[in-house]
Design a protein around this ligand. Sequence first.
Ligand SMILES: Nc1ncnc2c1ncn2[C@@H]1O[C@H](COP(=O)(O)OP(=O)(O)O)[C@@H](O)[C@H]1O
Ligand SMILES: [Mg+2]
Length: 249
Amino acid sequence: MDPILTLRGVSAAYDGTPALTGIDLDIPERQITAIIGPSGCGKSTLLRCMDGLLLEEPDTSVSGDIRLDGTDIRSLRREDLRRRVGLVFQTPTPFPFSIYRNLTYAPQYYGIRDKKALDALVRETLETVGLYDEVKDDLQKSARKLSGGQQQRLCIARALTARPEVLLLDEPCSALDVKSIQVIESLLLRLREQYTIVIVTHNLAQARRIADQVVFLNDGRLVETGDGPSFFAAPQQEEARAFLSGEFG
Ligand SMILES: Nc1ncnc2c1ncn2[C@@H]1O[C@H](COP(=O)(O)OP(=O)(O)O)[C@@H](O)[C@H]1O
Ligand SMILES: [Mg+2]
């Protein structure tokens, strides 16, 4: 399968201090790629290279080649890149508006004005994340009144309203209880049929449950990539073996 995102020789540094070095990575379309590794190894930095956020930050340098569907992301208009690559953060971050407004914010920004079209999009994205039945009578209620797990699903729905090609998630489950984690995991497995998903997780069991591809980083380097089952059954690199056996992390 063709990769939708490719990184070649990507390095990143904050104020001259390297955070990533020489990353070569392909993100296959319509699969779940899980990025794992010890705290501070560069997982979030790698994710923020993929959506171009890091390219815009002052005091941060990014070098190397990053392509979305073959196009250098530096040559894409920022709004287009933002629309094509969605990002969901660790802590659910609904806007302090109603549920409805959270979901119509991006589409209106991108020019959809028709009320019926907006209503349909709200319903569709809420159904996709399995939230519609839970909130259909409360669409005008503040999104901040939802439970943590509901807020995180709303944030995923909000990312989907822009109809992205790639969905990036940075430890989306770390603030959630076990039940909400299960709901999000089955949601991601369903979304994989339509979207390319890259998830950073510190939860190895989660990576084992949902990842098609695993990327193991350590100290800013990409140590090993492999398909989920083979990586977990038989990691090739000593560092990866040590990490999986809990020797560091
Ligand atoms: N905004 C920033 N400014 C300076 N250093 C940063 C910044 N963000 C991350 N770093 C540093 O870059 C390295 C990688 O961080 P990060 O990508 O957040 O790792 P991870 O997500 O794997 O925990 C760490 O050493 C971290 O301290
Ligand atoms: Mg991080």
